[in-house]
Design a protein around this ligand. Structure first.
Ligand code: NAD
Length: 262
């Protein structure tokens, strides 16, 4: 039997990057998957179909906009309506905006906080009530090294990621006597569209190549000088869902090539 057989996993922001890798790994571990996120509908449908075929599990897609609390709650209600329950919730959807505080647009602040932090409250609120009926669940919040340490020009992102580390602890404590756990994963730099945008902006601003900008960006913070792999993050997420993970709760797991060890 596969480790996540008979489990239903909702992964927010799973049309791309880390969320997609987690959805794929969890599907191959046997979980029924609910995908969510933005993107070209035809491409999302191809990804959904390919995953269902290769992993031989039902894979659904629910296109909720997680900047809106009501849609985040609706995502979980619809997942329960379609798949009958939610056993695993991975709060992964996220965006970035880079600017100093005086120059930070108000609407960008609101969007980063809404998507990177508040959406996890709204999804957890509905999912936890469902998990509590069965006394088993796994909530995994994808935070960041920026959930533990700060960088300049990322006020909203750092505030949201520190916030989600706090939300992780409260979720863990409120459910500590059950088999519902909640943990945060704190990646360093991962090569995804979210980071590509920052690399391209740096290359343009300094008139340097994308390769040079990549080396600068990763080398500045991450002693390994290598990107963290989405597949390795996905392995950690699956481990946290295992029986061996049942006493791990309220933790923040770094996978950051040494970033926060400094
Ligand atoms: P990505 O841009 O590849 O993926 C982000 C996902 O979120 C996409 O599926 C996108 O469609 C979805 N999304 C964005 N806004 C949404 C909204 N309003 N409603 C629903 N879905 C929405 O980025 P990624 O790097 O894979 O990021 C995933 C998570 O990992 C984020 O929370 C990010 O902060 C975190 N993270 C990323 C890195 C990194 O280096 N890439 C490092 C640490 C943490």
């Amino acid at each position: 039997m596969k480790s996540l057989e008979n489990k239903v996993a909702v992964v927010t922001g799973s049309t791309s990057g880390i969320g997609l890798a987690i959805a794929q790994r969890m599907a191959h571990a046997g979980a029924e998957i609910v995908m969510n996120g933005f993107g070209d509908p035809a491409e999302i449908e191809r990804t959904r179909e390919a995953l269902a075929a290769s992993a031989k599990v039902p894979v659904h897609f629910i296109p909720a906009d997680l900047s809106k609390g009501a849609e985040a709650q609706m995502l979980i209600r619809q997942a329960i309506a379609i798949a009958k329950r939610v056993d695993i919730l991975v709060n992964n959807a996220g965006i970035q905006h880079v600017a100093s505080i005086p120059e930070f647009p108000d609407e960008k602040w609101d969007a980063v906080i809404a998507i990177n932090l508040s959406s996890a409250f709204h999804t957890s609120k509905i999912a936890l009530a469902d998990m509590q009926k069965r006394g088993w669940g796994r909530v995994i919040n994808i935070a960041s090294a920026h959930g533990l340490v700060a960088s300049v020009n990322k006020s909203a992102y750092v505030a949201a990621k520190h916030g989600i580390v706090g939300l992780t602890k409260v979720t863990a404590l409120e459910n500590a006597k059950t088999n519902i756990t909640c943990n945060a994963i704190c990646p360093g730099w991962v090569d995804t569209p979210l980071v590509r945008k920052q690399i391209e902006a740096r290359a343009a601003a300094q008139s340097i190549s994308v390769e040079e900008a990549t080396q600068q960006l990763v080398g500045e913070k991450q002693p390994s000088e290598r990107f963290v792999s989405p597949e390795h993050l996905a392995e950690l997420a699956v481990f946290l869902c295992s029986e061996a993970g049942s006493s791990i709760t309220g933790s923040s797991y770094t996978m950051d090539g040494g970033w926060t060890a400094q």
